[in-house]
Design a protein around this ligand. Sequence first.
Ligand code: FES
Length: 111
Amino acid sequence: MAEYIRVASLAEVPEGELRGFELPAGRIAVAHVENELFALGDECTHEGCLLSEGEVDESADTVVCACHGSAFDLRTGEPVEGPAQDPVPTFPVRLIEGWIELVPVPAGGDA
Ligand code: FES
């Protein structure tokens, strides 16, 4: 079974923001919204821009790509607004004693 790996301290991902991390399994973006953490693939499925350079929409629980405005659901990775049509992967993430840890294997097992 895949294991959690430590990627950052909570202080590195301030509330309402997201950060991208280069991991052996690829780039993963971590978002911090209303005391919840979300981890999703950092590459937009439209034309590959980094979602970590976009913005979190806290009212919609989405991350909005900075390039052409695609919005992805933080929980499911599904696009809720185009032009992107395909979802980004999501990853299990947790907070342990102030450290953000995630499993760098997509939650649905669908790589
Ligand atoms: S690359 Fe993200 S919306 Fe186009």
